[in-house]
Design a protein around this ligand. Structure first.
Ligand code: C2E
Ligand code: MG
Ligand code: MG
Ligand code: MG
Length: 278
Protein backbone atom coordinates (compact mmCIF):
# COMPACT_ATOMS: atom_id res chain seq x y z
CA UNK A 1 0.00 0.00 0.00
CA UNK A 2 1.33 3.41 -0.95
CA UNK A 3 0.98 5.14 2.44
CA UNK A 4 3.02 2.52 4.32
CA UNK A 5 6.66 3.10 5.16
CA UNK A 6 6.40 6.86 5.63
CA UNK A 7 6.10 7.77 1.96
CA UNK A 8 3.11 10.10 1.86
CA UNK A 9 4.47 11.89 -1.19
CA UNK A 10 4.34 8.61 -3.08
CA UNK A 11 0.73 8.13 -2.01
CA UNK A 12 -0.05 11.62 -3.24
CA UNK A 13 1.71 10.87 -6.51
CA UNK A 14 -0.30 7.70 -7.20
CA UNK A 15 -3.52 9.45 -6.28
CA UNK A 16 -2.65 12.15 -8.79
CA UNK A 17 -1.91 9.53 -11.44
CA UNK A 18 -5.19 7.78 -10.73
CA UNK A 19 -7.05 11.03 -11.20
CA UNK A 20 -5.20 11.67 -14.43
CA UNK A 21 -5.89 8.16 -15.67
CA UNK A 22 -9.56 8.52 -14.77
CA UNK A 23 -9.77 11.83 -16.54
CA UNK A 24 -8.22 10.30 -19.64
CA UNK A 25 -10.55 7.30 -19.54
CA UNK A 26 -13.52 9.60 -19.25
CA UNK A 27 -12.29 11.84 -22.02
CA UNK A 28 -11.54 8.83 -24.21
CA UNK A 29 -15.00 7.33 -23.69
CA UNK A 30 -16.63 10.68 -24.50
CA UNK A 31 -14.44 11.10 -27.56
CA UNK A 32 -15.44 7.67 -28.83
CA UNK A 33 -19.05 8.86 -28.92
CA UNK A 34 -18.28 12.35 -30.17
CA UNK A 35 -18.01 11.43 -33.85
CA UNK A 36 -21.33 9.55 -33.92
CA UNK A 37 -23.04 12.28 -31.93
CA UNK A 38 -21.80 14.91 -34.35
CA UNK A 39 -19.98 16.85 -31.65
CA UNK A 40 -16.99 17.64 -33.84
CA UNK A 41 -17.04 21.00 -35.60
CA UNK A 42 -14.76 22.44 -38.23
CA UNK A 43 -13.29 25.90 -38.06
CA UNK A 44 -11.61 27.55 -41.05
CA UNK A 45 -8.64 29.88 -41.07
CA UNK A 46 -7.97 32.13 -44.09
CA UNK A 47 -4.73 31.74 -46.04
CA UNK A 48 -3.60 34.83 -47.93
CA UNK A 49 -1.65 35.21 -51.16
CA UNK A 50 1.09 37.72 -50.33
CA UNK A 51 1.55 38.82 -53.93
CA UNK A 52 -2.08 39.77 -54.56
CA UNK A 53 -3.16 40.24 -50.95
CA UNK A 54 -6.28 38.20 -51.62
CA UNK A 55 -7.69 35.06 -50.07
CA UNK A 56 -5.94 32.00 -51.52
CA UNK A 57 -7.53 29.23 -49.48
CA UNK A 58 -8.56 28.05 -46.03
CA UNK A 59 -7.20 25.52 -43.56
CA UNK A 60 -9.78 23.40 -41.77
CA UNK A 61 -9.09 22.94 -38.05
CA UNK A 62 -11.18 20.57 -35.96
CA UNK A 63 -12.73 21.38 -32.56
CA UNK A 64 -14.79 19.26 -30.24
CA UNK A 65 -18.00 20.90 -29.05
CA UNK A 66 -18.26 18.86 -25.88
CA UNK A 67 -21.60 19.05 -24.05
CA UNK A 68 -21.28 20.90 -20.70
CA UNK A 69 -17.50 21.30 -21.12
CA UNK A 70 -17.54 23.59 -24.16
CA UNK A 71 -15.16 23.88 -27.08
CA UNK A 72 -12.12 21.58 -26.77
CA UNK A 73 -9.07 22.52 -28.91
CA UNK A 74 -7.42 19.81 -31.04
CA UNK A 75 -4.23 19.87 -28.96
CA UNK A 76 -6.30 18.39 -26.11
CA UNK A 77 -7.92 15.49 -27.97
CA UNK A 78 -6.02 14.72 -31.20
CA UNK A 79 -3.11 13.00 -29.34
CA UNK A 80 -5.64 10.97 -27.34
CA UNK A 81 -7.56 10.11 -30.51
CA UNK A 82 -4.28 8.88 -32.01
CA UNK A 83 -3.51 6.70 -28.97
CA UNK A 84 -7.03 5.27 -28.89
CA UNK A 85 -7.11 4.43 -32.58
CA UNK A 86 -9.93 6.96 -33.16
CA UNK A 87 -7.97 9.41 -35.28
CA UNK A 88 -8.89 7.65 -38.54
CA UNK A 89 -12.53 8.34 -37.82
CA UNK A 90 -11.86 11.94 -36.83
CA UNK A 91 -9.77 12.66 -39.91
CA UNK A 92 -12.21 10.82 -42.18
CA UNK A 93 -15.05 12.97 -40.83
CA UNK A 94 -12.99 16.15 -41.20
CA UNK A 95 -12.18 15.40 -44.82
CA UNK A 96 -15.81 14.72 -45.72
CA UNK A 97 -17.05 17.82 -43.89
CA UNK A 98 -14.35 20.13 -45.33
CA UNK A 99 -15.03 19.04 -48.91
CA UNK A 100 -18.82 19.24 -48.47
CA UNK A 101 -18.42 22.76 -47.08
CA UNK A 102 -16.15 23.71 -49.96
CA UNK A 103 -18.76 22.50 -52.46
CA UNK A 104 -21.49 24.42 -50.62
CA UNK A 105 -19.40 27.59 -50.82
CA UNK A 106 -18.71 27.06 -54.48
CA UNK A 107 -22.39 26.63 -55.21
CA UNK A 108 -22.94 30.03 -53.60
CA UNK A 109 -20.08 31.49 -55.65
CA UNK A 110 -17.84 32.24 -52.65
CA UNK A 111 -15.06 29.73 -53.22
CA UNK A 112 -12.02 30.32 -51.00
CA UNK A 113 -9.65 28.79 -53.57
CA UNK A 114 -8.63 25.57 -51.85
CA UNK A 115 -9.33 23.76 -48.61
CA UNK A 116 -6.49 22.27 -46.56
CA UNK A 117 -7.05 19.28 -44.30
CA UNK A 118 -4.67 18.00 -41.62
CA UNK A 119 -3.98 14.28 -41.73
CA UNK A 120 -2.46 12.22 -38.94
CA UNK A 121 0.28 9.63 -39.43
CA UNK A 122 -2.16 6.86 -38.51
CA UNK A 123 -3.90 7.19 -41.85
CA UNK A 124 -0.66 6.48 -43.68
CA UNK A 125 0.06 3.40 -41.61
CA UNK A 126 -3.33 1.91 -42.43
CA UNK A 127 -3.36 2.66 -46.16
CA UNK A 128 -6.69 4.37 -45.56
CA UNK A 129 -5.86 7.81 -46.87
CA UNK A 130 -6.26 7.29 -50.60
CA UNK A 131 -9.53 5.31 -50.42
CA UNK A 132 -11.00 7.94 -48.11
CA UNK A 133 -9.95 10.77 -50.42
CA UNK A 134 -11.48 8.97 -53.41
CA UNK A 135 -14.70 8.34 -51.50
CA UNK A 136 -15.02 11.96 -50.39
CA UNK A 137 -14.29 13.35 -53.85
CA UNK A 138 -16.87 11.01 -55.36
CA UNK A 139 -19.50 11.86 -52.73
CA UNK A 140 -19.04 15.62 -52.89
CA UNK A 141 -18.12 15.98 -56.55
CA UNK A 142 -15.29 18.29 -55.54
CA UNK A 143 -12.37 18.77 -57.90
CA UNK A 144 -9.25 17.01 -56.54
CA UNK A 145 -7.12 20.09 -57.20
CA UNK A 146 -9.13 22.06 -54.61
CA UNK A 147 -8.03 19.71 -51.84
CA UNK A 148 -4.75 20.14 -50.02
CA UNK A 149 -3.52 17.53 -47.57
CA UNK A 150 -1.28 18.74 -44.75
CA UNK A 151 1.15 16.24 -43.27
CA UNK A 152 3.94 16.71 -40.77
CA UNK A 153 7.48 15.47 -41.13
CA UNK A 154 7.02 13.08 -38.21
CA UNK A 155 3.86 11.63 -39.78
CA UNK A 156 5.88 10.76 -42.84
CA UNK A 157 8.89 9.50 -40.92
CA UNK A 158 6.71 7.03 -38.99
CA UNK A 159 6.39 4.88 -42.10
CA UNK A 160 8.44 6.54 -44.83
CA UNK A 161 7.86 4.04 -47.62
CA UNK A 162 4.13 3.59 -47.11
CA UNK A 163 3.66 7.31 -46.69
CA UNK A 164 5.61 7.99 -49.85
CA UNK A 165 3.58 5.48 -51.86
CA UNK A 166 0.29 7.04 -50.75
CA UNK A 167 1.51 10.58 -51.30
CA UNK A 168 2.64 9.69 -54.82
CA UNK A 169 -0.79 8.31 -55.65
CA UNK A 170 -2.50 11.40 -54.24
CA UNK A 171 -0.21 13.56 -56.33
CA UNK A 172 -1.12 11.67 -59.49
CA UNK A 173 -4.77 12.08 -58.52
CA UNK A 174 -4.26 15.87 -58.50
CA UNK A 175 -4.50 16.43 -54.74
CA UNK A 176 -1.95 18.91 -53.39
CA UNK A 177 0.38 18.15 -50.54
CA UNK A 178 1.76 20.56 -47.96
CA UNK A 179 4.44 19.77 -45.40
CA UNK A 180 3.13 21.23 -42.12
CA UNK A 181 5.19 22.68 -39.24
CA UNK A 182 8.27 22.53 -41.43
CA UNK A 183 11.51 22.69 -39.48
CA UNK A 184 10.17 21.22 -36.24
CA UNK A 185 10.18 17.53 -37.09
CA UNK A 186 13.10 15.45 -38.10
CA UNK A 187 13.49 14.52 -41.70
CA UNK A 188 16.33 14.33 -44.16
CA UNK A 189 16.70 16.64 -47.09
CA UNK A 190 17.01 13.48 -49.15
CA UNK A 191 13.49 12.51 -48.14
CA UNK A 192 12.27 16.03 -48.84
CA UNK A 193 13.59 15.70 -52.37
CA UNK A 194 11.60 12.49 -52.90
CA UNK A 195 8.24 13.78 -51.66
CA UNK A 196 5.68 14.96 -54.25
CA UNK A 197 5.11 18.23 -52.40
CA UNK A 198 3.34 21.39 -53.48
CA UNK A 199 4.08 23.56 -50.46
CA UNK A 200 6.21 24.01 -47.34
CA UNK A 201 4.56 25.56 -44.28
CA UNK A 202 7.08 27.37 -42.09
CA UNK A 203 6.28 26.60 -38.48
CA UNK A 204 5.05 29.53 -36.42
CA UNK A 205 7.95 28.99 -34.02
CA UNK A 206 10.26 30.57 -36.62
CA UNK A 207 7.81 33.32 -37.59
CA UNK A 208 7.27 34.53 -34.03
CA UNK A 209 10.74 36.10 -33.72
CA UNK A 210 10.55 38.00 -37.02
CA UNK A 211 11.96 40.45 -37.87
CA UNK A 212 14.19 40.99 -34.80
CA UNK A 213 15.66 37.55 -34.12
CA UNK A 214 18.68 36.94 -36.29
CA UNK A 215 18.29 33.18 -35.93
CA UNK A 216 14.65 33.21 -37.03
CA UNK A 217 15.45 35.52 -39.94
CA UNK A 218 18.19 33.17 -41.14
CA UNK A 219 15.98 30.08 -40.85
CA UNK A 220 12.98 31.67 -42.57
CA UNK A 221 15.11 32.99 -45.43
CA UNK A 222 16.72 29.57 -45.84
CA UNK A 223 13.32 27.82 -45.95
CA UNK A 224 11.91 30.32 -48.49
CA UNK A 225 14.97 29.81 -50.66
CA UNK A 226 14.90 26.02 -50.27
CA UNK A 227 11.22 25.88 -51.20
CA UNK A 228 11.66 28.01 -54.28
CA UNK A 229 14.76 26.13 -55.41
CA UNK A 230 12.73 22.94 -55.14
CA UNK A 231 9.92 24.54 -57.15
CA UNK A 232 7.54 24.65 -54.18
CA UNK A 233 5.28 27.31 -52.72
CA UNK A 234 6.12 28.50 -49.23
CA UNK A 235 3.66 29.62 -46.53
CA UNK A 236 4.36 31.28 -43.19
CA UNK A 237 2.22 30.10 -40.26
CA UNK A 238 1.27 32.16 -37.21
CA UNK A 239 1.67 35.64 -38.70
CA UNK A 240 0.43 38.04 -36.04
CA UNK A 241 2.03 41.43 -36.80
CA UNK A 242 2.52 43.88 -39.65
CA UNK A 243 6.30 43.73 -39.08
CA UNK A 244 6.34 39.94 -39.56
CA UNK A 245 4.23 40.31 -42.69
CA UNK A 246 6.47 43.06 -44.11
CA UNK A 247 9.55 40.87 -43.67
CA UNK A 248 7.86 37.91 -45.37
CA UNK A 249 6.59 40.01 -48.30
CA UNK A 250 10.00 41.64 -48.76
CA UNK A 251 11.65 38.23 -48.97
CA UNK A 252 9.28 36.60 -51.42
CA UNK A 253 7.21 34.35 -49.16
CA UNK A 254 4.19 33.26 -51.24
CA UNK A 255 1.45 32.75 -48.67
CA UNK A 256 0.64 33.44 -45.04
CA UNK A 257 -1.91 32.65 -42.37
CA UNK A 258 -2.25 33.82 -38.79
CA UNK A 259 -4.21 35.98 -36.40
CA UNK A 260 -3.08 39.07 -38.35
CA UNK A 261 -5.36 37.94 -41.19
CA UNK A 262 -7.91 36.10 -39.13
CA UNK A 263 -8.40 33.43 -36.49
CA UNK A 264 -9.99 30.09 -37.30
CA UNK A 265 -13.78 30.61 -37.35
CA UNK A 266 -16.90 28.57 -38.17
CA UNK A 267 -17.87 28.42 -41.85
CA UNK A 268 -20.79 30.78 -41.32
CA UNK A 269 -18.52 33.42 -39.83
CA UNK A 270 -15.96 33.21 -42.63
CA UNK A 271 -18.64 33.57 -45.31
CA UNK A 272 -21.85 34.81 -43.65
CA UNK A 273 -25.11 33.86 -45.32
CA UNK A 274 -26.34 36.48 -47.71
CA UNK A 275 -29.00 38.73 -46.17
CA UNK A 276 -32.49 38.00 -47.45
CA UNK A 277 -33.43 40.23 -50.40
CA UNK A 278 -36.54 42.30 -49.71
P1 C2E B 1 -1.49 23.16 -37.45
O1 C2E B 1 -2.04 22.33 -38.54
O2 C2E B 1 -0.08 23.59 -37.56
O3 C2E B 1 -2.48 24.39 -37.34
C1 C2E B 1 -2.08 25.69 -36.99
C2 C2E B 1 -2.42 26.01 -35.55
O4 C2E B 1 -1.94 27.32 -35.24
C3 C2E B 1 -3.91 26.06 -35.27
O5 C2E B 1 -4.13 25.64 -33.92
C4 C2E B 1 -4.23 27.53 -35.39
O6 C2E B 1 -5.39 27.93 -34.69
C5 C2E B 1 -3.00 28.13 -34.78
N1 C2E B 1 -2.74 29.49 -35.26
C6 C2E B 1 -3.08 30.03 -36.44
N2 C2E B 1 -2.66 31.30 -36.55
C7 C2E B 1 -2.02 31.58 -35.40
C8 C2E B 1 -1.36 32.75 -34.89
O7 C2E B 1 -1.26 33.78 -35.53
N3 C2E B 1 -0.80 32.65 -33.64
C9 C2E B 1 -0.88 31.52 -32.90
N4 C2E B 1 -0.32 31.52 -31.70
N5 C2E B 1 -1.50 30.39 -33.35
C10 C2E B 1 -2.06 30.43 -34.58
P2 C2E B 1 -5.27 24.59 -33.56
O8 C2E B 1 -6.50 24.85 -34.35
O9 C2E B 1 -5.38 24.57 -32.07
O10 C2E B 1 -4.67 23.22 -34.07
C11 C2E B 1 -3.50 22.69 -33.49
C12 C2E B 1 -3.02 21.48 -34.24
O11 C2E B 1 -3.95 20.40 -34.15
C13 C2E B 1 -2.86 21.73 -35.76
O12 C2E B 1 -1.65 22.40 -36.03
C14 C2E B 1 -2.87 20.31 -36.28
O13 C2E B 1 -1.60 19.70 -36.12
C15 C2E B 1 -3.84 19.62 -35.32
N6 C2E B 1 -5.15 19.49 -35.99
C16 C2E B 1 -6.12 20.42 -36.15
N7 C2E B 1 -7.17 19.92 -36.84
C17 C2E B 1 -6.85 18.63 -37.14
C18 C2E B 1 -7.52 17.57 -37.86
O14 C2E B 1 -8.64 17.70 -38.39
N8 C2E B 1 -6.86 16.36 -37.94
C19 C2E B 1 -5.62 16.18 -37.38
N9 C2E B 1 -5.04 14.95 -37.51
N10 C2E B 1 -4.96 17.15 -36.73
C20 C2E B 1 -5.56 18.37 -36.60
MG1 MG C 1 -1.97 22.34 -40.48
MG1 MG D 1 1.31 23.99 -38.74
MG1 MG E 1 1.10 22.68 -35.64
Amino acid sequence: EATRGGRPSFAFYTEELTLQARHRLELGAALRLAVERKELVLYYQPIHDLRTGSLAGVESLVRWQRPVHGLVPPGEFIPLAEEMGLIDRVDAWVMGEACAQMQAWRQRGVSPGFVAVNVSSRLFGGDMLLPRVEEVLAQTGMDASLLEIEVTESAIMDQPDRALAQLDRLHVRGVRLALDDFGTGYSSLLRLKLLPLHKLKIDQGFVRGLPDSQGDRAIVLAIISLAHQLGLKVLAEGVETQAQLDFLVAHGCDLAQGYFFGRPVPAGVLFPDEPLAH
